[in-house]
Design a protein around this ligand. Structure first.
Ligand SMILES: CC(C)(COP(=O)(O)OP(=O)(O)OC[C@H]1O[C@@H](n2cnc3c(N)ncnc32)[C@H](O)[C@@H]1OP(=O)(O)O)[C@@H](O)C(=O)NCCC(=O)NCCS
Length: 168
């Protein structure tokens, strides 16, 4: 399936939030909101979390006037917004980028993660990164399989997964 990565402008942001609320959990799609701890299970949507989702994506927009350590894109397939991907600096190390991806439940299991992986590798290479890392908080079998298929070396850590991929 052909996928596009598109900037998260305000219109796209509302479509993305609608999808996230209908077909994903806050813990899968965004960092903890202010006052929430990283280990807290985040399974339900609240107004606070919806606001934090918007602010998170606004913070992650490419800005020609300021350095942005993490950038997000919406993933589009068959003309619809189906999820979001991100690339982030890790501990300020220019050789590493953390990659993240979530899809709405009805778009999972259709091979979209492999398509997004091509884009993530290319984007990280243009940023002169040497390695990609991916982390999940829970040890999902689909996340493990999808990372392994892309070529990540996957290890269990703190109940979740850590994947590492050396870029060609
Ligand atoms: C993880 C996620 C991004 C994977 O994307 P996806 O496009 O659904 O993944 P794919 O369709 O490429 O499937 C990946 C593999 O998992 C396999 N798989 C699907 N359902 C499975 C299941 N229930 N158990 C085990 N493997 C499963 C697929 O068969 C495929 O393996 P294959 O290549 O050997 O056929 C997506 O499921 C998601 O958004 N999950 C919630 C957010 C998340 O956990 N993100 C962390 C990603 S690092």
């Amino acid at each position: 399936m052909m996928v596009d990565l598109v900037p998260v402008n305000e219109d796209v942001l509302e479509d993305l939030l609608t999808l996230a609320v209908a077909e994903a959990q806050p813990g899968e799609v965004m960092p903890p909101a202010s006052g929430e701890s990283p280990g807290e299970p985040r399974t339900t949507w609240t107004e606070l979390r919806k606001g934090a989702f918007r602010e998170y994506h606004r913070r992650c927009r490419v800005n020609p006037h300021a350095f942005v350590p993490e950038v997000t894109w919406a993933v589009k397939a068959r003309g619809r917004i189906v999820g979001a991907a991100r690339l982030a600096l890790v501990d300020g190390d220019p050789e590493v980028r953390e990659v993240g991806l979530w899809l709405g439940e009805s778009y999972r299991g259709q091979g979209i993660s492999s398509e997004v992986a091509y884009w993530a590798v290319a984007a990280a290479q243009t940023m002169d990164a040497k390695r990609l890392v991916a982390r999940t908080l829970v040890g999902s079998a689909v996340a493990r399989r999808s990372l392994e298929r892309i070529g990540f070396e996957v290890a269990d850590r703190d109940g979740g997964l850590v994947g590492t991929l050396t870029l060609p």
